[in-house]
Design a protein around this ligand. Structure first.
Ligand code: ATP
Length: 230
């Protein structure tokens, strides 16, 4: 088998909470291969978002190693991590993180411009149309519903055709029809561009489509799945 696109070994995460230091992730070992779609499921507070943030280099592991496309993320500084994400990753957060002073079109076009695409705005418009938001291109985030903002965030993350797409509850705020459109877009990214997807989800419709599903409980891969994770 080819080298994994993402390889986590004994990853721990400790954060300072109100009650002092808490260990959020306790030794996660997990490989994700090229073109694979991995679903992360588990109860609220089990560490799914934290794990996704570590995979995206947005949170630093307290211990263990995190390799992405052969690069040791723990060895990169903040600039290096930002460059790595720009060149290889799309990340969709639970809270979308759209830039409030930019329209939907500008939000989606920005990473394309940063990637040096001369036709950034045309590509961005096509991507917004793909998520059913062609008619909202000139709207600002505050003028859009939660589900619409979520679709803009997904369009922005997928427009540069990243090798890795990490998404936290990508269908979380959407009804059936819009959720199906997002699922189609995510899987097109895999089928047509070979992207590797890691999706945190509570939605059965999405989890069922994943090649593999890993369940977290209390910051650990559930014991019956630990073998499958490697
Ligand atoms: N910055 C932080 N400081 C301290 N504790 C944190 C911090 N961020 C998250 N936690 C704790 O880490 C645990 C895991 O949180 P995380 O958001 O990863 O869970 P989750 O499985 O994604 O939950 P949900 O499904 O509710 O989004 C929770 O107990 C949470 O309270």
């Amino acid at each position: 088998m080819t080298d994994p696109v993402l390889a986590l070994k004994d990853v721990t995460l400790r954060l300072n909470g109100n009650a002092g230091m808490v260990e959020i992730l306790h030794g996660i070992t997990l490989d994700v291969h090229k073109g694979e779609t991995l679903g992360l499921i588990g109860p609220s507070g089990s560490g799914k978002s934290s794990l996704l943030m570590i995979m995206g280099g947005l949170e630093r592991a307290s211990g263990g190693s995190v390799m992405a496309l052969g690069q040791d993320l723990t060895a990169l500084n903040e600039d290096g991590l930002a460059r790595f994400r720009r060149d290889h990753m799309g990340v969709v957060f639970q809270s979308f993180h759209l830039i409030p002073t930019m329209t939907a079109l500008e939000n989606v076009a920005t990473p394309l411009e940063l990637a040096g695409k001369p036709d950034a705005f045309e590509l961005a418009r096509a991507e917004l149309e793909a998520v059913g938001l062609g008619n909202r291109a000139d709207h600002y985030p505050a003028q859009m519903s939660g589900g619409e903002q979520q679709r803009v965030a997904l369009a922005r993350a997928s427009a540069p055709r990243p090798k890795i797409l990490l998404a936290d509850e990508p269908t979380g705020n959407l009804d059936g029809v819009n959720g199906d459109a997002i699922i189609k877009m995510l899987f097109d990214l895999r089928d047509r561009h070979g992207a590797t997807l890691v999706l945190v989800t509570h939605a059965n419709a999405l989890a069922e489509k994943c090649d593999r599903v890993i369940r977290l409980t209390d910051g650990r891969v559930a014991p019956d799945q630990a073998q499958a994770a490697e």
